[in-house]
Write a protein that binds this ligand. Sequence first.
Ligand code: AMP
Length: 301
Amino acid sequence: MASIQNHNIVSSHNMQTISNIADIRNIIKAERQKGKTIGLVPTMGNLHAGHISLVAQMQQHADIVITSIFVNPLQFSPNEDFDSYPKTLKADQEKLEAAGNHYIFAPSAAEIYPEGSASKTLVSVAALDGILCGKSRPTHLTGVATVVTKLFNIIAPDHAVFGLKDYQQLMVIKQMAIDLCMPINVIGAPIVRDEDGLALSSRNSYLTAEQKQIAPRLNQILNYVKQAILAGEENFRELEKQTMQIIEESGFKPDYFEIRTQNTLKTATIADHKLTIFVAASLGKTRLIDNVRFATDEKNN
Ligand code: AMP
């Protein structure tokens, strides 16, 4: 037993890292037999304060928190950064242990895709694909939904948490859980940002010093457009068009800037009151995404 007098003991529970499916299932079975509830935090590793906030959030919901670390080949297209995606397992273990996470599930690609990543079964939330990130990354959301289905089937958690930073992804997972009768409470967690407003992302480590100066503009632009809408701007399509130009003039290569409804992700008009503004833009080879959510009938948010 750890001494409760020593405030520095953060690893008294000896967090374990598990790499195979049979082992994690046995561990979960034993925890379940003790009456514990299970929470899953899916990640691709290279953890930052945004990921750690998900662990903290999950501790409010579940007795046992399992963080998965898996760079999922299926959600990258051939021209993307799968091979160079930062892998920092040791640092991730230290951060998770300090955060009070209970288990890491860090499988190999062969464990998850024994027949290779040309998976014969794919999970696609068709109604939410083909827009936003689904348009420029056509296989991405199917790759995400497929691997999350596998993780849900392996861990069978009571709760799973996803960041609002990847808002479309969160909506895809929520819809998938409903449509496929997965008995899992899918939770959305607030976006964690740097002081300058830049949403934390593992990919921010790709940015040069010069690009780091430009990157926070993305969030400033989102907030500027939000304020314009709250101040009565009605022509959303014109606003989108002009803002795409501003993003380009700021030094980004814009992918999309779209004002959509918060719950259904439909193109929004002035008749809609719960809105999400989405942006994706690249700085050099680094693709950044961000969003802001608000209600037009709550002037104070
Ligand atoms: P990733 O490792 O990029 O796949 O992200 C794993 C989870 O962390 C996803 O649910 C993300 O939405 C979430 N996440 C990533 N960055 C942030 C952030 N800045 N704030 C909150 N959640 C985040």
